[in-house]
Design a protein around this ligand. Structure first.
Ligand SMILES: [Zn+2]
Ligand SMILES: [Zn+2]
Length: 419
């Protein structure tokens, strides 16, 4: 069938069979996050565009090229959320959820929007599972958040995750580092892409995660941020690493891991699996973000997991459970018994069975074909002559075997029920 309209480029339908496997992943996340005392939050899909310009960064790819921005009918500049952290922080502040001395822990599951070039595992509407922990600066929280992320993948059966770890420092050490990067990159100006030439002026750190080959070649030789960390940031990162080491959590130090958003500070991390060039989850600290959104000067940390990529990997590895529910019973009946049939279907459904019923009530033979098409496990055939003696036929649709049984054997009773 060719419909009159098809979905837009970069968005897609998640069909029933797939939705079920998605829900299973989400349930796993909910169950795991609950044990770490995170509470679920849902924020709107639309937010003031200005909020992301401020937090994600004016020079970031997200704001410059990818954000869906439009004016609503009230002439407000609105964005479809490109990420989940700023909305959660905004909600935290707007609803006065801050309790001094208490870490506020949230998680969200929802869709995000970025006008990116669609490719495998990268859609314009994409889905994220994320957490945010607000109000605690201790490295112990960093470690816990990283462990939680790894644990999630492990519970899904991914045993070959690779953790990439870095620190991007604080504004203080970053301004030193930016200076060093500018000095380093200036002689290579001609080898940098057009975007990076702009970045060199505005935000040289951004050059480090440029995907253009020429830039990547230069970046290899660039100075490491770890040599520019201030004392506070250095000690913090050493603590994170030393606890991960003692817990035997292995990681690769990746000093080019600056993430695509401006608000990150100190610890940043990403998780991938062997053989994959993309991350399936990542995050970091954002100690200036809450203040930046008009709140108190509180630290924060979080991560987000990309559902599309995760689902692809799980499917590739045979770890995705994709099965459709089929009816437990299909009810077939003589047309005169329609009321009884509807009643029986309701009683069985009340008991939790998946029940399908013939809506055409043609002859019994054509109803049996319907039952076949429905893939039901069993059929209940209600024939007038048998029902007079409170009996029905129960047919096993796999083996084809059938038997006359008393209605009382069905574990539901329509005996004595009269409509
Ligand atoms: Zn610092
Ligand atoms: Zn570049």
């Amino acid at each position: 069938m060719k419909p009159k309209y098809t979905s837009l480029r970069g968005v897609r339908d998640i069909l029933p069979e797939e939705v079920k496997s998605w829900r299973r992943i989400e349930d796993k996340a909910r169950e795991l996050f609950r044990r770490y005392n995170y509470k679920e939050i849902e924020t709107p899909i639309i937010e003031p565009a200005e909020m992301f310009v401020r937090t994600v960064g004016e020079e970031s790819d997200i704001v410059r090229k990818e954000m869906y921005v439009f004016k609503d009918r009230g002439d407000r500049l609105v964005a479809l959320r490109p990420e989940g952290t700023a909305p959660v922080v905004r909600a935290f502040l707007e609803n006065n959820l801050y309790v001094p001395g208490k870490v506020a822990k949230f998680y969200y599951i929802g869709d995000m929007f970025r006008y990116d070039r669609p490719q495998a595992g990268r859609q314009r509407e994409f889905h994220q599972i994320g957490i945010e922990a607000l109000g605690e600066s201790s490295y112990i929280l960093d470690v816990e958040v990283i462990i939680l992320l790894l644990e999630f993948f492990k519970e899904l059966g991914l045993n070959d995750t690779i953790l990439l770890l870095n620190s991007v420092g604080c504004p203080k050490c970053r301004s030193e580092y930016s200076k060093a990067l500018r000095e380093f990159f200036t002689p290579y100006l001609d080898e940098l892409c057009e975007d990076c030439k702009v970045r060199l002026e505005n935000n040289p750190l951004r050059i480090l995660d440029c995907k253009v080959e020429g830039c990547k070649r230069v970046v290899v030789k660039a100075p490491s941020i770890l040599d520019y960390l201030c004392n506070d940031c250095r000690v913090h990162f050493e603590n994170v690493r030393s606890v991960l080491d003692s817990l035997d959590v292995r990681y690769i130090l990746d000093t080019r891991l600056v993430r695509g958003l401006d608000y990150y500070t100190k610890t940043t991390f990403e998780v991938t699996v062997s053989g994959l060039d993309l991350s399936i989850g990542g995050g970091g600290r954002y100690d200036g973000l809450i203040k930046d959104l008009g709140g108190p000067d509180l630290p924060g940390i979080g991560f987000a997991i990309g559902m599309e990529r995760l689902v692809n990997i799980l499917r590739d590895r045979g770890l995705l459970i994709e099965e459709e529910d089929v009816p437990d019973y299909f009810i077939i009946y003589d047309v005169i018994l329609v009321t009884k049939a509807i009643m029986l279907s309701k009683l069985l459904r009340d008991q939790g069975f998946i029940v399908e019923i013939s809506y055409t009530a043609k002859n019994l033979k054509s109803q049996l074909k319907e039952a076949d098409r429905s893939k039901a496990k069993k059929s209940i055939i209600m024939r007038e002559d048998l029902l007079a003696n409170d009996k029905v036929i129960l047919k096993d649709m796999t083996t084809g075997e059938q038997e006359e049984i008393g209605l009382d054997k069905l574990e539901v009773s329509i005996i004595g029920e009269r409509v």
